[in-house]
Design a protein around this ligand. Structure first.
Ligand code: FMN
Length: 440
C-alpha cells in the first residue's frame, strides 16, 4: 500500500485540549494571547511534517472562565498570519462561519492569507449551530435549511471572487508601465437568495491559485456541502465502522457532484497523552482533568446504566456492577468505556482513559497511537487524522518524537513535504475560481 496517511494539528488557546493544561508545570500561564508561543507550537508541528494546523472558531464561548481558559485562539486569521511568517510548509486552516460572515470579507481575508503564506491556506466553511454564537451577532440561529442554503451560495460566491482576478492578469511590467490586464479582472455580479457580490476581488492568485475548502460536520447536509466543495473534511467519529460510513457518505456525495471521491480527504480526530508508559499517562490525565471528575462519573453512570456515585475512586467496579452494566445505545463511546472498566482499572483510571472525551483518546506510549492510526487507516476509516494534544507545551513534541518516526518506519507517513503548497502536500487538484464541473 503506497498511500500515505495525512496528519493535521488542531490548535486553540495556547495551552492544550485538556482543561488543566494552563496549570501544568513548564506551561506559561500567560500563553493565551502570546503569539510567540503559538508560533513555537506551529513550528513543532512543522518539524513533524504535519500537513496543517487547523483552528476551530467558536466565537468566544466561555465555558467556566473562573477555572479554565477559553478554548480558541484570540483570532484565527491574525494567528495564522503570524504563523505564516515563521513557517514554510505547514498548511494553515481557519474556520469562518458561512452564517455570520459576508462572503466578500471571507474571500479577501483567506486569499490574502493564501498569498502571504505562498499557497498554504484553507477555509473551514461551517454553518455553526449555536445560539451563543448567534447572540454575538445580535440574531437567533437560522433554520438548518437557511444555514445550508446560505452556505452553498457563500462558498460559490467566495470561489467566484477568488477567480475574478484572472490567473495571468498581473503582469507588473515596469518597462511598458502595465501593472495588470484590466480585461482579465472582471466583476462577478452574483446575487443569490442569501448573499451577493459585484466584485471583482483585488488579489492575484497565490502559488496554489486559491485556498482549499474544508468542512466540519456529520449530518446529511454536511455530506452535501462537503461533497460539492470540500477537499478536506474534519470528522468527529468514535469507531472504525462509524468513520468508514461517514467517509463513504462524503465520497458518495462528491461522486454525485461529478468529482473523483479521492478528491475529498476525511480526517478522524484523536486526543493524545503520549508518555513513556500507560501509568505515567494516566497520572498526567488525572492531574489535567481532576476538576471534571464528579461530572464525568455522573455521565459514566448513564453510559453504563449502573449507579456509581458511591464507588470509591481508587477501586475497580464490582463484579456485580460489571455484570449489570449495559452500554448505552445513545452514546457511541459506551462500549469502549465498558471494555476499559472490564480490564479492572479503578474508577479514577477509567475516567483518565478519556472514555468521555470528544474523540478516541490515546493514553500511553507512542506505539499505541501509531497502532490505532494504522488500524483505522488500513481499515479505510479515514485518509488522515487531526491530532488534539492534551498540552501543547510538550504534547506536540511528544507526538512528533514518539509517534511520527514509527509511522514513517512503517511506511505510513511521509518523511518530508511533497511540495510547498497545501494542494501539493495534500494531493488536492488545482482549482481557480468556481469548479467548472459544478456549473453544469
Ligand atoms: C469536528 C467538528 C468541528 C466543528 N468546528 C466548528 C467550529 O470551529 N465553529 C463552528 O461554528 N462550528 C463548528 N462545528 C459545527 C458545525 O458548524 C455545525 O454547526 C454542526 O456540525 C451541526 O451541523 P448540522 O447543522 O449539519 O447538524 C464543527 C462540527 C464538527 C463535527
Amino acid at each position: 500500500m503506497n498511500k500515505k496517511m495525512l496528519i493535521g494539528l488542531c490548535y486553540g488557546n495556547g495551552y492544550g485540549f485538556q482543561s488543566g493544561a494552563w496549570r501544568m508545570p513548564g506551561v506559561d500561564p500567560k500563553s493565551y494571547g502570546d503569539f510567540d508561543v503559538v508560533v513555537k507550537h506551529a513550528q513543532a508541528a512543522e518539524r513533524g511534517k504535519f500537513h496543517f494546523v487547523f483552528l476551530p472558531d467558536a466565537f468566544g464561548r466561555l465555558a467556566d472562565v473562573e477555572n479554565e481558559p477559553p478554548a480558541e485562539t484570540l483570532d484565527v486569521m491574525l494567528t495564522l498570519g503570524a504563523i505564516a511568517r515563521e513557517t514554510s510548509h505547514i498548511g494553515l486552516l481557519a474556520t469562518a462561519s458561512t452564517t455570520f460572515n459576508e462572503p466578500y470579507n471571507v474571500a479577501r481575508q483567506f486569499k490574502a492569507l493564501d498569498v502571504m503564506s505562498h499557497g498554504r491556506a484553507g477555509w473551514n466553511a461551517v454553518t455553526s449551530s449555536s445560539n451563543d454564537a448567534a447572540a454575538n451577532y445580535g440574531v437567533n440561529i437560522p433554520s438548518s435549511e437557511d444555514r445550508y442554503g446560505r452556505a452553498h451560495e457563500a462558498v460559490q460566491l467566495v470561489q467566484a471572487l477568488w477567480g475574478s482576478w484572472g490567473c495571468d492578469a498581473w503582469v507588473h511590467d515596469q518597462a511598458s508601465g502595465v501593472f495588470a490586464k484590466q480585461g482579465q479582472i472582471r466583476p462577478i455580479n452574483l446575487q443569490g437568495k442569501y448573499v451577493g457580490s459585484r466584485g471583482p476581488l483585488y488579489i492575484p492568485p497565490s502559488e496554489q491559485g486559491q485556498p482549499i475548502i474544508v468542512h466540519a460536520g456529520g449530518s446529511h447536509n454536511a455530506h452535501e456541502l462537503a461533497g460539492r466543495f470540500a477537499s478536506v473534511v474534519i470528522g468527529a467519529v468514535f469507531t472504525i465502522e462509524d468513520a468508514r460510513a461517514q467517509r463513504e457518505a462524503f465520497r458518495a456525495a462528491a461522486k454525485c457532484y461529478g468529482r473523483d471521491p479521492d478528491e475529498i480527504k476525511f480526517f478522524a480526530g484523536i486526543m493524545t497523552t503520549i508518555t513513556k508508559d500507560r501509568r505515567t499517562a494516566l497520572d498526567r490525565r488525572i492531574q489535567l482533568t481532576e476538576n471534571h471528575f464528579s461530572q464525568r462519573i455522573a455521565y459514566l453512570q448513564q453510559m453504563l446504566g449502573i449507579p456509581l456515585y458511591e464507588n470509591p475512586l481508587d477501586e475497580p467496579l464490582t463484579k456485580e456492577q460489571l455484570a449489570n452494566a449495559r452500554p448505552s445505545p445513545y452514546d457511541p463511546r459506551s462500549a469502549n468505556a465498558l471494555k476499559i472498566a472490564k480490564e479492572g482499572w479503578s474508577l479514577r483510571d477509567i475516567i483518565a482513559h478519556g472514555v468521555i472525551d470528544y474523540h478516541p483518546v490515546i493514553v500511553g506510549p507512542g506505539v499505541e497511537a501509531a497502532d490505532h492510526m494504522q488500524e483505522w487507516f488500513e481499515a479505510g476509516a479515514c485518509d488522515g487524522f487531526w491530532i488534539l494534544p492534551d498540552v501543547f507545551h510538550d504534547g506536540i513534541d511528544a507526538f512528533v518524537d514518539e509517534v511520527v518516526p514509527i509511522l514513517q518506519e512503517r511506511g505510513l507517513f511521509h518523511k518530508d513535504y511533497e511540495g510547498k503548497t497545501l494542494r501539493e502536500n495534500l494531493g488536492v487538484p488545482d482549482q481557480y475560481g468556481i469548479d467548472p464541473r459544478l456549473k453544469k
